[in-house]
Write a protein that binds this ligand. Structure first.
Ligand code: GLV
Ligand code: MN
Ligand code: MN
Length: 421
């Protein structure tokens, strides 16, 4: 997508080749054989990614800080230190079989904006701040969007620090290790807020590509519920135990999931229901499974509908099924969020002024902007994902789309910097 009207907005043109080079370099950190990345939160790869970003930032004279949950802040000073910053950002952590753009794009596009302002000697009154949120993906440690949720007070710091990965390593230990390996930097308190927050991200779905649009002007994020279900049976000998004597937790879990799927069937295909983690215990081929645990990720843009469906799921996940006992608990109930109308308009205007094809849309994925929006006027910009593929090593976005989105980010951040909000 070609960017038109370079002068029309009075804002500078970003350096597209630099943005592309930085994506290539970041993709090598935790790069996988299948062309994706595995750079899960607080792993050595995540630390290396943050290291590289800090090198780029300090070479430009930006200052860095970190808060108690590991959110990283990179600040380009304005002329008025007393004014709150205009903020942008996203995350560098990935899914275990993640793509090269989910999260990284918003971070590198944000850095590109800061550097573009320097290249063109643009002076702002407000500081411009880039945030790298800690553990957006929630794959190594739950819950998803951990750093921004803790910063917003939606998840207590102590609970997040105590979360363990599959090997029993806590966030607290892994974060201490990461901080020791990063260059020393200012310790920031939790609860960062700003004058405005605009996050750029790949769409992670097929809509922009199908509609032949280069820019998504994101007006809202749909709600997300996460449940953990436990099915308890009784471990028994696989060779000697007749069917009628079995309390097979796997048989019960399968029946339960089939029942849940029938319950949430949505002819309009708006409701999203996913069982993404499923663990059978003790996991021996020769033992009738005594326990199964699984996750349910449930999403919908309408808060009432999401809540009713979530409550119905909790009802179905209690009591007895196939001679096993079922229970469920709520891990996360994140309500849908509407973005700030003035900032959404600023993003749309930027796309119009640059002559880019855009459309208004609701985000199907959740993002750190969800928690920023509670405290700071916020908005998001999407760029297309090829074939809608994401959370997959094949994730791809063309360089020209990445560049166009970063340009809109630059224009919209500069507009926000002088807006009354
Ligand atoms: C974010 O990674 C999501 O799953 O929506
Ligand atoms: Mn993401
Ligand atoms: Mn993701």
């Amino acid at each position: 997508m070609e960017i038109h009207n370079p002068q029309a907005t009075g804002t500078p043109l970003i350096n597209g080749p630099r943005l592309s080079d930085r994506h290539r370099e970041m993709a090598r950190i935790g790069g996988t054989a299948n062309g994706g990345v595995n750079r899960q939160a607080l792993t050595p790869e995540d630390t290396q990614g943050r290291h590289r970003l800090l090198e780029w930032a300090t070479a430009r004279g930006y200052t860095a800080g970190i808060d108690p949950i590991g959110n990283l802040f990179i600040r380009r000073a304005g002329t008025r230190a007393d004014l709150s910053p205009v903020m942008t950002g996203s995350h560098l952590d990935s899914q275990p079989t993640g793509g090269k753009y989910d999260g990284v794009y918003g971070v590198l596009a944000g850095l590109e904006v800061l550097e573009t302002l320097d290249d063109h000697n643009v002076v702002t009154e407000r500081p411009i701040e880039l945030v790298v949120w800690m553990n957006e993906e929630g794959s190594r440690f739950g819950p998803v969007t951990m750093g921004s949720a803790v910063a917003a007070g939606a998840v207590p710091l102590e609970r997040a620090l105590a979360a363990n990965d599959a090997k029993g390593v806590s966030v607290s230990e892994a974060l201490a290790r990461q901080i020791a390996e990063l260059p020393p930097m200012e310790r920031r308190p939790l609860g960062a807020t700003g004058h405005a927050y605009i996050e750029a991200h790949i769409e992670q779905g097929p809509v922009l590509e199908q509609e032949a649009r280069g820019i998504g002007v994101v007006s809202a994020i749909q709600g997300l519920h996460l449940y953990q279900v436990e099915v308890r049976g009784f471990e028994a000998h696989a060779g000697t135990t007749p069917s009628r004597h079995r309390k097979d937790a796997l048989v019960a879990a399968n029946a339960l999931i089939a029942k849940l799927r029938a319950e949430v069937a949505d002819p309009a295909d708006v409701l999203r229901f996913t069982v993404g983690r499923f663990e059978v215990s003790p996991g021996s081929p020769h033992i009738v499974p005594g326990k199964v645990t699984f996750s349910i990720d449930l999403r919908h843009p309408d808060p009432e509908h999401l809540l009713c469906t979530g409550d119905r799921i909790l009802e179905l996940c209690s009591g007895e099924i196939e001679h096993c006992m079922v229970s469920a608990n709520v891990v996360l109930r994140s309500t849908p969020v509407q973005f700030d109308a003035r900032l959404v308009t600023a993003v749309r205007h930027a796309a119009e002024h640059r002559g880019l094809r855009y459309m208004s849309m609701v985000s199907g994925a959740t993002h750190d902007a969800k928690y920023m929006a509670d405290r700071t006027p916020s908005a998001m910009i999407f760029v297309p994902s090829e074939k809608g593929i994401s959370h997959n090593e094949l994730e791809h976005t063309d360089d020209e789309d990445l560049i166009a989105g970063a340009q809109i980010l630059c224009d919209a951040l500069l507009a926000a910097a002088t807006m009354e909000l």
